[in-house]
Design a protein around this ligand. Structure first.
Ligand code: SF4
Ligand code: SF4
Length: 290
């Protein structure tokens, strides 16, 4: 298989479906066949955990900063125009002083624009970090982390996007759910693999994830985890909607034990590597057909 630039997002409508197990296993299997041509990007910046399943050798950590408003009190006349203009509730006039709530500020600069005294400045604030490393000397690893208490994950996701390695296969481990962080991650991906499980909950969350992919124009396919237990609604839904089910991961003790030890599908059985590389090829075919 010739390597060409391709970005595949691995997502799930809810947490706990095996999304990170699949993304780490897939990235490892691809890196076995294409050393130094695969990048795994852990985009679950609020709860990053891909490093728990892989022997990551960290090479570098980079801070993620945003620009936020700061009041130069010596110039401020407490006119209140800045607080009135801020659409994000990041400023409040309290007892003739302007209070800044940095976690709410998006650095839009409106307050500085309306301030008649040039009393509104900007300063940098660290909101998270990127971890850059390698796995087994063959897989590039990049992970985003938002600092505890920060509310906006977007700056970290934007920094991850800038850190995507050109010309490589990129496997993005998306944040769970279908809210903004997931959407930001899968936007622009060539394809999305949606991981679900054969339960009514899995089917409900898969439905939301499929609708999100369709709204964003990202071709999607499905991987069903823990097959052999549960029921058929996920299969029926995929058949009805014409969504290909490309892989089933059975409920097996060996997989559960490997995962419990902090391992991937390849630790449960190295033969999974072939199935995962086939999964990648099929995903690329589905993307090309759209
Ligand atoms: S930079 Fe924008 S978001 Fe931040 S305080 Fe000023 S007006 Fe509000
Ligand atoms: S607009 Fe400028 S002068 Fe008026 S309260 Fe805000 S910082 Fe102070």
């Amino acid at each position: 298989m010739a390597v060409r630039e391709f970005t595949i997002a691995v997502a799930a409508g809810k947490g706990g479906t095996g999304k990170t197990l699949l993304s780490t296993s897939l990235a490892l299997a691809l890196a076995q066949a294409h050393p130094n041509r695969v990048q795994l990007v852990d985009c679950d910046a609020e709860e990053p955990n891909a490093h728990l399943l892989l022997p990551v050798q960290v090479r570098h950590e980079r801070t993620v900063k945003v620009r936020v408003a700061r009041v130069l009190e010596a110039r401020c006349t407490a006119c209140g125009r800045c607080a009135a203009a801020c659409q994000f509730g990041a400023l409040a006039l309290m007892r003739r002083r302007v209070a800044v709530f940095p976690a709410l500020c998006i650095g839009c600069g409106t307050c500085a624009f309306v301030c008649p005294e040039s009393a509104m400045l900007e300063e940098e604030r660290v909101v998270g970090s990127l971890l850059l490393g390698r796995v087994c000397g063959a897989l590039e690893f990049t992970q985003g982390r938002i600092h505890v208490g920060e509310q906006r994950v977007t700056p970290v996701l934007q920094a991850l996007r800038k850190a995507l390695a050109p010309g490589m296969i990129r496997v993005l481990d998306a944040p769970p759910g279908t809210a903004c962080p997931m959407q930001e991650t899968i936007s622009g991906a060539d394809a999305c693999l949606l991981v679900t499980e054969p339960t009514p909950f899995g089917c409900s969350d898969l439905t939301a994830a499929v609708e999100t992919c369709r709204a964003l124009g990202v071709p999607c396919s499905v991987v069903i985890n823990r097959t052999g237990v549960g029921e058929r609604s996920v299969y029926d839904y995929c058949a009805r909607e014409g969504i290909p089910v490309l892989l089933e991961i059975p409920w097996r003790r060996a997989i559960a034990e490997a995962y419990a030890r902090g391992g991937t599908l390849l630790d449960a059985d190295p033969a999974w590597a072939d199935s995962l590389r086939t999964l990648f090829r099929q995903t690329a075919v589905v993307a090309e057909r759209r």
